[in-house]
Design a protein around this ligand. Sequence first.
Ligand code: ATR
Length: 283
Amino acid sequence: MTDRYAVIGNPIAHSKSPLIHRMFAEQTGQDISYEAVLAPLEGFAATVERLRKVGCKGCNVTVPFKFEAFNIATELSERARSAQAVNTLSFDGDEIRGDNTDGAGLVCDIQQNLKFTLQGRNILLLGAGGAAWGVSLPLLEAGANINIFNRTTDKAQQLSHGLQTFLKRDLYTRKGLKYGLPNFLNSYAELSSKQFDFVINATSAGLTESEIPLPPGIFAPGALAYDMMYGRETPFMKFAREHGAAVIADGLGMLVEQAAEAFYIWRGVRPKTAPVIAALRLS
Ligand code: ATR
């Protein structure tokens, strides 16, 4: 019997997830269906219940429901707990398992597709909203040093402190693993004296075509500028092009990689992502 999966969001019509998962299913011979489901803004939990009742095995969760998904999960992975948000739910009897594959998707895109090493490199992470929370622990686990800068400094501080608390508690139980502690930058002036190997835009500024004021000398030689948005050149990507970033990437690879990680959680099979990324670039 065909196993059912879905992506829930609001809005959802633009989502590429059904196309991506159908390509994964075809490539791996998995018998699944995957649909886009629009949940009312006040109706996320009810939508999940309805899907569970009709035998759905799992779902992806997108804006604005990742925090609610975190709250309804009965079990949480470590990366979901550090992100305090869930983008992948798996249904198993009464259990609702919550995971977050966004950070793994970003790390995989940077290391495997773009061929950059994160170990020991200095990252400037722009933003302190859900997207930034989602990717922080996996970046630290990959050995990078994270510096967080956000328009609203308090939120950068909260993210930095939240991660530090999580890591200190976590290190206690995972002896032997040591990560650098994240740092937050207080001001544009502080930013001006520094250069970074990676500048990752996890803000939503691109949605409104807004520029993020950044010092012109921010990119170290050979730096990667990565925007987690995709579909067009954002003002951040244009800035990077004009100010010396060696490689500029959008978030399409991350989108496909996070989906592949969710597919693996559900099906135990890793699809090849390169042909799917290539197909989406052409579409
Ligand atoms: P998401 O889940 O996409 O991260 P979010 O939680 O609303 O969405 O967070 C949006 C992030 O983008 C925040 O860090 C926000 O900065 P503030 O905390 O100062 O609001 C950032 N952001 C949005 N528009 C921006 C802009 N024009 N310039 C700089 N940062 C911006």
